[in-house]
Structures are given as C-alpha cells and as structure tokens.
Design a protein around this ligand. Structure first.
Ligand SMILES: [Ca+2]
Ligand SMILES: [Ca+2]
Length: 169
C-alpha cells in the first residue's frame, strides 16, 4: 500500500500544480467591489477622562459624504472606558473588557476609486474629534484583506481592526 501511495503522490502533486496558475489568474483579476466589515475596536487609553463616546464613519474619494457605519443609527455613539474592547466579529484580547458592538453597516465600494477612509470619531460638544483616519487603497482583491491599525497620539491609544472582502456581484 505504501508503495502504491508513493507512485500516486507525484501525480497528485502535478494536478495541484496545474491548478495553481488558474487560481493566480483569478487573483490577478480581483473583484470589482469590496465590502468593509468591522472586526474590533480597542480603547487602550482614552482621549477624554472617564469615557469616550465613539463611532465609525467611512467615505470614499468619489463621494466626499461621510457615512456612519457604526452604531447603525446616525448620531448614536458608544460610551467606552479605558481598556474596553468593542467586539464585532472577533473575540477580544486578554486583559480587555469585552463589549458587544452590536450591528454595523458593511458598505460595498467599487474598486475603481482611489481611496476609502475608515474613521474612528469621538463625539464632542464643540466639534467631534477624529481619533483615527485609516486610508485604504481601493484595488481589486480576490481574498480577504485584514487591516489592523493602531494610533497612539495626543494622549489616546486605540486599535481599529476591519476586513475587506471581495464582492463579485
Ligand atoms: Ca473629545
Ligand atoms: Ca466626548
């Protein structure tokens, strides 16, 4: 039996190798759209003392109009304390206080645009504060693209994680 397997294995290897170029060609083409899914937001250190009220906006360079992706009701925000971790699709790291982010919009963007901006905001009385602004180059992708961005500036320390998925329709 072992000898038979040994004779079969090279054939299997050839078949797999033959499949690879086709997969590569599809990867090179990529999908005409991407969808953005929020994974996690970690508030290691706040912008304000006590609590930050956070929300996420997205926009692309073709519209100029920001869109609130989370919370799902425009104008809503979530109050977070230091070391709170807002979980959407991913469990939070040890040492953080996991909280459910609830629902979020996963907008679809065409990949013939240049940039998508995923922004984390803090609600404030005198104009909201932009905590993070993550520019993402919009290009055709054929596999999920995970993005992890960390900002430790101006006193606050946040991590924002999201995933771009290819959309062919
Ligand atoms: Ca503020
Ligand atoms: Ca505030």
């Amino acid at each position: 039996m072992r000898r038979l397997l040994a004779r079969l294995l090279p054939a299997v290897a050839v078949a797999v190798a033959a499949l690879v170029p086709a997969g590569t060609a599809r990867a090179a083409d990529g999908a005409p759209y991407v969808r953005v899914h929020l994974d996690q937001i970690i508030a290691y250190d706040l912008e304000e003392s006590g609590h930050d009220e956070i929300f996420v906006r997205m926009y692309h360079d073709g519209s100029g109009k920001p869109f609130q992706a989370w919370p799902m009701k425009e104008g809503d925000e979530l109050s977070v304390a230091a070391r709170d971790c807002v979980s959407f699709r991913e469990a939070c790291p040890a040492g953080t206080n996991q909280r459910s982010g609830g629902g979020f919009y996963a907008p679809r963007y065409p990949t013939n645009l240049k940039f998508l901006y995923v922004q984390l905001w803090e609600d404030d009385l005198a104009g909201d504060d932009l905590l993070m602004n993550v520019p993402v180059g919009l290009r055709p992708i054929s596999e999920e693209q995970r993005i992890v961005e960390e900002a430790q500036i101006g006193g606050h320390h946040y991590v924002l994680k999201f995933t771009l998925t290819p959309v062919y329709l």
